[in-house]
Design a protein around this ligand. Sequence first.
Ligand SMILES: O=C[C@H](O)[C@@H](O)CC(=O)C(=O)O
Ligand SMILES: [Zn+2]
Length: 271
Amino acid sequence: MEVRHATAPDQVPGMTTDRLRARFLAEDLFVPGEVRLVYSHEDRIVIGGAVAGERPLGLPCPDQLRSGHFLERRELGVVNVGEGPGTVTVDGEAYEVGARECLYVGRGAREVTFAGGAFYLVSTPAHTEHPTVQAGLADAEPVRLGSQEGSNDRTINKYIHAKGIQSCQLVLGVTVLEPGSMWNTMPCHTHERRTEVYLYFGLPEDARVIHLMGEPTETRNLVVADRQAVISPPWSVHCGFGTSNYAFVWAMGGENQAYDDMEQVAIGAMR
Ligand SMILES: O=C[C@H](O)[C@@H](O)CC(=O)C(=O)O
Ligand SMILES: [Zn+2]
């Protein structure tokens, strides 16, 4: 498991593109036959990818966690970012998870395995157990936002949140942009209380998302390909525009689960 330290905003000016990418972008989470994990000290979020080959893959317990099994003190959100269904087995119980669908795995589960699909993983520390719950797009209270004229006609599907699947701190959903819509999260925002990670998927191979990050008056961009993730510390904006439409998994961990308490940033206030 790769470990990344937290970043203070005053470190960003002066960073080269390579350093920015090494800190904030996870480029290679999805490698067939492997479970890849990145541990971020930003709210101790672990992100990962699991793409099984012929044989199922087990969720490992990396040494850095110093625990008996991965979910001993953690909870886990799983989203299938592949095109076909896959199976997640939790302590012997098999869940068939379709494309863009979600599985929440509560603290305490001992054995988690992945077969088929392309599973994106997000885990946060957890103080208690919540039941393992599966959800499809129909369960996700879709919120349609934006407009075609604004090139940001999109649907926000909330899976794990205060009024949805219960968790200790994890909040997670999938936003899907309509064809011809390229902008996510505009106007953008920060939320000082939570770290957020975006995993872009469903982007054609020759397309990219130009992701904006940084303090609102000191923005930088990352050029992001399909199935790459961007870690946004609490002080950073997180928004982007694609050269094609796409979908993304957004996931947060931190102080609270109040989805709507973000600080909106007007575009005129950004630099
Ligand atoms: O804090 C909330 C997150 O940034 C996302 O839910 C925003 C998003 O999906 C969008 O506007 O397209
Ligand atoms: Zn956000």
